[in-house]
Write a protein that binds this ligand. Structure first.
Ligand code: GLN
Length: 469
């Protein structure tokens, strides 16, 4: 029997190599898990047929283009769209390692949200407690991994959409350094922030999947070659590691006491493992990160979403006249959150306002980057909670967009600075997972994997939701 709730991708690869199981058996095991549990959890928008072969199955967030497989970005406006080519990340997964796309996972519409409740196809549910959200926007990927419906998954992160759902579902998620992973074939939300990254059951699997997708791609001119190869973490001590605890990220208003306590205990573990831990400050980044993000992200989204006009992709409204067709398509096809952002973004970019809003926010972004860079002169990584709260009940924040936006208060500053961030589960509060965020300087993924792995070994967090054990 294959226990998909516990099997890591690394172990699956071993079983395949030694021929203890076949590729078909492995695929069937995940399909059975999906049939059994996805009716309640709704992690998948589309489940694929086995393309054959002996590769490990991979779940893919539905903003990532897959040849011949429907790709909707959680939006009605892309219903029926089937890409004619693979995104580079999916091509690499298939060609390099024979990975097989198991299905497309649920997401807030165009990755705009923190709970999957903005998906046009209905929300996903948290495997730890289905009355709660799995986080977002990549809640489908995180919930699928946590419920044993996939060994690992790809997500995308603009302001926290890999890190925050991983925190709420109790798995490991990496938002890579901006520019290390290709965005070619990925449906754009905010191009200067979007990054694809891995979600997995442990740090090693996460590091391995990152090594599969990372590196320069000639189809995306913003990508670079990694300065050093990805190292799968081995070490279990952290001697010589300097870890900073930014006050503003650890004491922000709204951090639940149970979350703060679990993170504090994990920081003590880091010290026991030999790391040098010191306090530090990130005042400007935490104060201005959110407001600047909510100018830059909608501004870029308003530009990226202009292409959905009913002519080229997906949904087209019936109309006698062309202009009416555009407007009706967009009115029917986009949900409230994309519309809200298109309005805000278009306003911020309009003539006369550009310098005051988008231009100004980009300058503040440089300040945020410098504030982080200064800390990395004294520290190898920074630590904080990933999400201020554990998974919240479905519906709790849908009426108040600002409350929803605050879910990403702690993940956004480093995203604005283009820095890598890793979520590692560090315990439970009220029976729900608490995630710890490790942020490093550009290209410091190996450092984050090393710290995350050592912490994971020390804590021994059980990633299987209690109700499924
Ligand atoms: N929740 C944030 C937003 O709504 C971040 C989303 C993301 O990273 N894609 O924009």
């Amino acid at each position: 029997m294959i226990d998909t709730l516990r099997l890591t991708a690394y172990e699956a690869a071993d079983l395949l190599r030694t021929k203890e199981i076949s590729g078909v058996e492995l695929w069937e095991a995940y399909r059975r898990a999906i049939d059994e549990r996805d009716g309640d959890l709704h992690c998948f928008l589309h489940v694929c047929d086995d393309p054959g072969g002996d590769g490990i199955p991979l779940a893919v967030k539905d903003v990532i283009g897959t040849k011949g497989i429907p790709t909707t970005a959680g939006s009605k406006i892309l219903e029926g769209y089937v890409p004619v080519y693979d995104s580079t990340v999916v091509r690499r997964a298939k060609e390099g390692h024979g990975l097989r796309v198991l299905g497309k996972t649920n997401t807030d519409e165009f990755a705009m949200g923190s709970s999957t409740e903005n998906s046009a196809f209905g929300p996903s549910h948290n495997p730890w407690d289905p009355s709660r959200v799995p986080g977002g926007s990549g809640g489908g990927s995180a919930a699928a991994v946590s419920a044993g419906l996939a060994p690992w998954a790809l997500g995308s992160d603009t302001g926290g959409s890999i890190k925050q759902p991983s925190a709420l579902c109790g798995n490991v998620g990496l938002r890579p350094t901006y520019g290390t992973v290709s965005r070619y074939g990925v449906i754009a939300f905010a191009s200067s922030l979007d990054q694809v990254g891995p979600v997995a059951r442990n740090v090693r699997d996460c590091a391995f999947l990152y090594s599969v997708i990372a590196g320069r791609d000639e189809c995306d001119t913003t990508t670079v070659e990694l300065p050093h190869p990805v190292e799968l973490p081995e070490a279990d001590d952290l001697r010589g590691m300097r870890i900073g605890v930014p006050k503003e990220l650890n004491e922000a208003e709204g951090i639940e006491p149970g979350v703060a306590a679990a993170v504090r205990a994990a920081i003590e573990r880091l010290e026991e493992l030999g790391a040098e831990v010191g306090e530090c400050e990130l005042p400007l980044s935490v104060e201005y990160g959110m407001p600047c993000y909510y100018l830059i992200a909608p501004a870029e989204a308003s530009s990226n979403l202009a292409r959905y006009d009913g002519v080229r992709y997906g949904h087209r409204a019936d109309a006698a006249e062309r202009y009416e067709m555009y407007t009706r398509t967009r009115d029917e096809g986009f949900g409230d959150e994309p519309k809200r952002r298109i309005l805000v973004g278009t306003y911020a970019l309009s003539a006369g306002y550009y310098d005051a809003y988008y231009g100004q926010a980009q300058k503040v972004r440089t300040v945020i980057k410098r504030e982080h860079d200064a800390l990395f002169e004294s520290f190898d990584a920074l630590v904080s909670p990933t999400s201020p709260t554990v998974a919240f009940p479905l519906g709790a924040r849908t009426a108040d967009p600002i409350a929803m936006y605050l879910s990403d208060l702690l993940t956004i500053p480093s995203c604005m600075a283009g820095l890598p961030g890793l979520n590692v589960p560090c315990g439970l509060s009220e029976g729900l997972p608490v995630g710890l965020q490790l942020v490093g300087p550009q290209f410091a993924e190996n450092t984050l994997f090393r710290i995350g792995h050592a912490l994971e070994q020390a804590i021994g967090f059980d990633p299987v939701p209690e109700r499924l054990r």
